[in-house]
Design a protein around this ligand. Structure first.
Ligand code: ATP
Length: 192
């Protein structure tokens, strides 16, 4: 995997008329992972969207190197399409790749419309798309929500493999995420 990095310096985030956090700095290099923790509404998702370039910083800078894949609550896959077709759409854009469908327990669901998938199945389908995207930088917003114990372990393993291969993982979650050498940042330390 090519070199990748995230460098955030003195970042402030405003949503509406509220400053959610300020003075946040962090650096992640190839192979590193960081979990951002904090209570509901503190700004974890907002931070990920700023790092992804989808929302503006109120102050400070964000520099990233490498392709970014963001998995959050928004639909990555067309809800009206069967899962196989919805993933196929992205494969034509991302380039053919092994989406790890069998490993993610999705092989028997390819004919099922995405909107009929369960919460956990949708989550695993989003991971399949992320893997196919071959992005170096993974931004994962509450990746364990709605997953059963096996899917939790699989997600943790996939992230570990991604970092071992030289990728970066920035994870926003209030749940424990087991990963060796995971750094941690409490967003409350930067909240106003
Ligand atoms: N576009 C927006 N305009 C105004 N306020 C917003 C906007 N987006 C988010 N907010 C507010 O910013 C705050 C932070 O939201 P955010 O989703 O980043 O928090 P979070 O820490 O990820 O929460 P959760 O753990 O519940 O997912 C919330 O109070 C939310 O209502």
């Amino acid at each position: 995997m090519q070199g990748c990095s995230i460098a955030v310096s003195d970042l402030a985030c405003r949503r509406g008329d509220r400053i959610l956090f300020k003075g946040l700095s962090m650096r992640l290099a190839s192979g590193e992972a960081l979990q951002v923790t904090g209570s509901n509404g503190i700004g974890k998702s907002s931070l990920l969207r700023i790092v992804a370039g989808l929302a503006p910083a109120f102050a400070g800078t964000v520099e990233t190197q490498g392709n970014i894949g963001l998995v959050d609550e928004r639909h990555a896959l067309d809800p009206g399409q069967p899962l196989g077709k919805a993933l196929g759409f992205w494969q034509r854009i991302d380039g053919a790749a092994d989406n790890e469908l069998a490993r993610l327990g999705l092989s028997d669901l390819l004919d099922v419309p995405v909107r009929y998938l369960s919460t956990g199945q949708k989550k695993r389908a989003a991971l399949a798309r992320l893997i196919g995207q071959k992005a170096q930088v993974w931004l994962l917003d509450e990746p364990l929500n709605g997953l059963d114990i096996h899917a939790v372990e699989l997600t943790e393993t996939l992230v570990a493999e991604h970092c071992t291969a030289g990728g970066i993982a920035l994870i926003a979650s209030h749940q424990p995420f087991r990963l060796g050498h995971m750094q941690a940042m409490a967003l409350a330390d930067y909240a106003l």
